[in-house]
Design a protein around this ligand. Structure first.
Ligand SMILES: [Zn+2]
Length: 328
């Protein structure tokens, strides 16, 4: 996402040095979260070949009857593999298809994209949750957008357009709502211009009727992901939880700036988001891909498994407590 960062700054209003300094800390955390604020175009290189589809149970079915909302391989619901608990979890692999998200280079020089790394994390978490009796809806199961994109959603150079970015996130919200999920966890990886930036953070929205649950889920996800990674031998700085309304994240459109929330998690806004996500949700960014050490762990199947284990534990803790599964 190196190009994305410079593009954000290029389109950002000029701020005084004092304001810039004050915002620097938040901006560090906010840069990639801003991608989900919408109104931000993904910057990518030439179209890459889609990754091989992961093996899924033949029982995988669309969360709703087939329609034109979702791309092939998007919004799939997987039954529990043990006796069901009657609860559904929505796992969202950030980016995908014409939106590769952030990129980085491992210590061995391998280039990695955020969209490639978020998918194995959610697939691993889905397997664990299903084995524990939960139904899991995945916003995507392959390297694709979630929305079935139209002509105006992709630029001539193969980038997701602003309209496409908005449509794709709206499709993730629609998928979550149709699934009837009791909790939503979106997985991303962070980016920043400074390659020494490190650490995990989890964002939540405080402007919903169920914001107390959002915050509770964020604390669980952040704590459990960091604990799982540390238990596996990686010392990951804990950057804590962050309210998406305080991000001051730069965005590429006036509408996105005015909205000021993560579109996936935030409230309705006339003309921008008619139907918001209907369940407690968070967006976790366990690593900075701009940091070679963290990119290496993010690309390591053992690192992905550890993140998945933390997410699984957090969701199960959240859904086990009274009120934890309370949707509005
Ligand atoms: Zn992202």
């Amino acid at each position: 996402m190196q190009g994305e960062t410079s593009r954000i700054f290029a389109l950002r209003p000029r701020l005084s040095a004092r304001v810039r300094a004050r915002r620097a800390l938040l901006a560090l955390s906010a840069l990639v979260l801003a991608a989900t604020l919408i109104g931000r175009a993904a910057v990518r290189g030439p179209t890459t070949a889609p990754a091989a589809a992961p093996s899924l149970t033949p029982k995988a079915t669309p969360a709703s009857s087939a329609d034109s909302t979702f791309a092939a391989g998007a919004c799939r619901t997987l039954a529990p593999t043990t006796r069901g608990r009657g609860q559904t979890v929505l796992l969202d692999a950030g980016h995908g298809g014409p939106d590769p998200g952030a990129s980085g280079t491992t210590t061995t020089g391998k280039r990695v994209n955020e969209s490639q790394l978020t998918l194995p994390v959610v697939l691993a978490a889905a397997a664990s949750l299903r084995a524990d009796g939960y139904r899991v809806t995945l916003s995507r199961t392959v390297d694709t957008s979630v929305a079935r994109l139209g002509p105006g959603d992709v630029t001539r150079s193969g980038l997701l357009s602003l309209a496409g970015e908005h449509a794709d996130t709206q499709a993730r919200v629609t998928c979550a709502n149709r699934s009837g999920a009791a909790a939503l966890v979106s997985v991303h990886f962070n980016a920043f211009s400074d390659p020494t930036a490190r650490g995990s953070l989890t964002a939540y929205d405080s402007a919903r009727t169920f914001s107390a649950s959002n915050r509770q889920l964020a604390q669980l996800v952040e704590g459990d992901v960091v604990a799982a990674l540390n238990a596996a031998g990686w010392q990951v700085p804990d950057r804590g939880i962050i309210d998406d309304a305080t991000l001051n994240a730069p965005a590429l459109s006036a509408q996105a700036n005015a909205y000021g929330h993560l579109l996936l998690l935030g409230p309705a806004a006339a003309g921008w988001l008619s139907t918001p996500s209907a369940m407690p949700g968070v967006l976790v960014e366990p690593f900075f891909l701009a940091n070679a050490t963290e990119a290496t762990v993010a690309a390591d199947p053992a690192g992905q498994q550890a993140i998945a284990a933390g997410i699984t534990r957090a969701i199960e803790q959240f859904l086990a407590v009274p009120g934890g599964s309370a949707a509005p």
